[in-house]
Design a protein around this ligand. Structure first.
Ligand code: CO8
Length: 294
């Protein structure tokens, strides 16, 4: 997948642009294509249904994101929704309505959120419009969220007689605390982007047309950092959400130690001593390539 890849058939549930091209202020790709090295753009492509997350879409999403994760050329992944109205308005309610407890447990699509959350590559959600139910949960499964001023988050499942099932009760509680999470999940109230930013689960709020460009620029900044250190940092911070403090600190210490002897650590510290900028491996370059960087 190291070469530029893009799938743009109208029936594809997921579009992939890798490397993604830089966007102009209107969110459209700059011409000629200005690739952002190491950055992949994954688009949920069901705009007519407000990018509702059908099982088929979730499965394709997980497969595409995992394939990117396995590609050393990919250093950061941006996930967004097609169109301007929604990131994703939730799981596909028509499809959900026909499910049973057994069929849900057997469905591979159900694990889509966890599979996205589990990739080692940093992920950023670029959210315009509605991010509701499973859509909000998908954004929360990403490592960072860049939201448009017109973005709205919410867990409206209570209005359907169910509860969040894509990790929302857990990830939201860890992100903003029990009381706020209880309120949002028990009332189904929608949260506008500026409030989401104040609550602390959105990184930044930008004018709608600039959302994708801002997310891609953030991804490019991350993609330009030392790759092993980035993956270690991602794993360590995520551990804070999954382990008690003592265990998380042990995870951090192990990851810290594991970086010693890597090209990143050697180049980073050598550059500091030599009073120059570090030269990190370009996306796709082998670890050996960094040895010649000094
Ligand atoms: N599922 C299926 N179709 C949807 C969904 C959805 N979640 N959301 C919107 N659509 C479709 C509509 O049916 C409509 O299709 P059509 O034009 O063919 O009738 C089209 O998208 C446009 O939607 P609206 O006409 O409703 O647009 P409005 O602007 O009037 O309203 C809303 C926009 C407010 C976003 C409204 O569409 C809405 O309330 N959508 C549902 C939101 C919701 O309840 N989401 C939570 C779903 S449950 C969930 O996510 C559980 C996650 C865990 C599942 C784990 C199991 C796998």
């Amino acid at each position: 997948m190291a070469e530029q890849a893009s799938r743009e058939g109208p029936d594809d549930l997921i579009l992939l642009e890798f490397p993604a091209g830089r966007r102009g202020p209107d969110g459209k790709p700059i011409e000629p294509h200005d690739p952002l090295p190491g950055v992949a753009l994954v688009t949920l492509n069901r705009a007519r249904a407000l990018n509702a997350l059908s099982f088929a879409l979730l499965l394709q999403l997980a497969e595409v994101v995992e394939a990117l994760d396995a590609d050393p050329a990919c250093r950061a992944i941006v996930i967004t929704g097609a169109g301007t109205r929604a990131f994703a308005a939730g799981a596909d309610v028509a499809e959900l309505a026909a499910q049973t407890a057994e069929s849900l447990a057997a469905s591979p699509g159900f694990r889509g959120w966890d599979r996205v959350a589990a990739v080692a590559t940093p992920t950023i959600a670029a959210v315009r419009g509605y991010a509701l139910g499973g859509g909000a949960e998908l954004a929360l499964a990403c490592d960072m969220i860049v939201a448009a001023e017109d973005a709205t988050f919410g867990q409206p499942e209570i209005n359907l007689g169910v509860i969040p099932g894509g990790g929302g009760t857990q990830r939201l509680a860890r992100a903003i605390g029990k009381a706020r999470t209880m309120e949002l999940i028990l009332t189904g109230r929608r949260v506008p982007a500026p409030e989401a930013e104040r609550l602390g689960f959105v990184n930044r709020v930008v004018p709608p047309g600039e959302t994708l460009g801002a997310a891609l620029d953030l991804a490019a900044e991350v993609a330009a950092q030392p790759p092993e250190a980035v993956r270690a940092a991602v794993a360590a911070v995520r551990a804070a959400f999954e382990t008690p403090l003592g265990e998380g600190i042990a995870v951090e210490r192990d990851l810290f130690g594991s970086l010693f002897g890597t090209p990143d650590q050697e180049e980073g510290m050598r550059a500091f001593v030599e009073r120059r900028e570090p030269r990190w491996r370009a996306p796709g370059a082998s670890p050996a390539a960094a040895d010649g960087a000094s």
